[in-house]
Ligand binder design. Structure first.
Ligand SMILES: Cc1cc2ncn([C@H]3O[C@H](COP(=O)(O)O)[C@@H](O)[C@H]3O)c2cc1C
Ligand SMILES: O=C(O)c1cccnc1
Length: 356
């Protein structure tokens, strides 16, 4: 394995159990029945463990959108043509995509990184880390070279390192790439052994015939490439995507910097499975934002042992579910900092009365 990648993986530490326990103890002193703020409490405890700070505050948050194209589009697996990746990229760079709106609403930055868009794109707001002009068709052979997969993972991690230098301490995974629900399904099936029939979904909205075609394309991709389930880089190389590999790098980079990383939908979930396979310690840094409507996402979250915060029937990607969950993360942080304790407020903590 590439030296830099090895170092990145080795630099991921376990979360801070002392800070997590302190956060949990603080929550139990606040003027509410213990546990009554539900997921806001588990999120607050997790954030404390990740950051090593009992009451963390995230002044700067960044949605990391990794963009790339997919050779598998030639199999007719998306309801939209491959050109939409580059068209949407410009839309995103000028602030008009859903993620721009939701990130603005949540007070987060959007960083867009080209790791493999099949066009020469130049824009002042774009980070150019292009590895190649999109993947090859996974139904016919490997998506990319192993060195390219490594390069894409490192591009994601390095984009995170840059953002950390700029003050970001919390990341959201986002992506853009027509055809990427097909590659993500292949990655999920290869890593988990789950069947394409239960993982492949409609993506941008293919019809029944399109769904059947997508399932057979994923079966073919697995059959032709024989990815090694015990080697996540092999899986990314053979049936993955450049943005999926880069997102795995975003997750590893965030974990290496002790920053929480909020996962968006299905594509982010596929990247998270790859990141966990590369570095099991990275799993502790992940939070699931929402349950996507894409078919395989619930199974991916079960595999990751993550509970989503939101159920909004969304299936867009870009980081949109992740951006929405930032409101809840902010709420959890404010509870920790602003709520009165029983002692402060002179409220009886119920010790001695009947407990639930
Ligand atoms: C206009 C438009 C904006 C999007 N923003 C995110 N996606 C999402 O849909 C694509 C994946 O679905 P599939 O695998 O079916 O192609 C990715 O670009 C993903 O980011 C979009 C898709 C479209 C059409
Ligand atoms: O869940 C997602 O992230 C998703 C679903 C459909 C299309 N694009 C993204």
């Amino acid at each position: 394995m590439n030296n830099k990648l090895r170092q990145l993986i080795d630099s991921i530490a376990q979360p801070d159990g002392v800070a997590a326990s302190a956060a949990s103890a603080h929550l139990d002193q606040l003027t509410k029945p213990p546990g009554s703020l539900g997921k806001l409490e588990s999120v607050a405890i997790k954030l404390a463990g990740i950051t090593g700070v009992d009451k963390p505050e995230f002044d700067r948050k960044t949605v990391m959108v990794m963009a790339a194209d997919h050779g598998v589009c030639e199999e007719g697996v998306s309801a939209f043509p491959a050109e939409v990746t580059q068209q949407m990229l410009y839309n995103m760079l000028s602030g008009g995509a859903a993620i721009n709106v939701l990130a603005r609403h949540a007070g987060a930055d959007v960083k867009v990184v080209d790791v493999g868009v099949n066009a020469d794109v130049a824009h002042a707001n774009l980070v150019d880390r292009k590895v190649r002009m999109g993947t090859s068709n996974i139904a016919k052979g490997p998506a990319m070279l192993r060195t390219e997969a490594e390069q894409a993972v490192l591009a994601g991690a390095e984009a995170v390192a840059e953002a950390v230098k700029g003050g970001t301490r919390l990341f959201v995974t986002g992506e853009l790439g027509i055809g990427n629900t097909t590659a993500s399904a292949a990655v999920v099936c290869a890593l988990t052994g789950l069947e394409p029939e239960v993982i492949v979904g409609r993506g941008t909205g293919v019809d029944m015939a399109g769904l059947t075609r997508k399932i057979s394309v994923v079966c073919r991709a697995l059959d032709v490439n024989q990815p090694d389930a015990n080697d996540a880089l092999d899986v990314l190389t053979k049936v993955g995507g450049l943005e999926i590999a880069a997102l795995a790098g975003v997750i590893l980079g965030a974990a290496a910097h002790r920053c929480p990383v909020v996962l968006d939908g299905f594509i982010s979930g596929a990247a998270a499975l790859a990141a966990r396979a590369l570095a099991p310690a990275s799993a502790a840094y992940m939070l699931a934002s929402h349950a996507s409507d894409e078919r395989g996402h619930a199974a991916v979250l079960r595999q990751l042992k993550l509970e989503p915060m939101l159920y909004l029937d969304m299936r867009l990607g870009e980081g949109t579910g992740g951006a929405l969950s930032l409101h809840l993360i902010d709420a959890a942080c404010r509870i920790m900092r602003e709520m009165a304790t029983f002692a402060d407020a002179g409220v009886s903590d119920g010790q001695g009365a009947a407990q639930r």
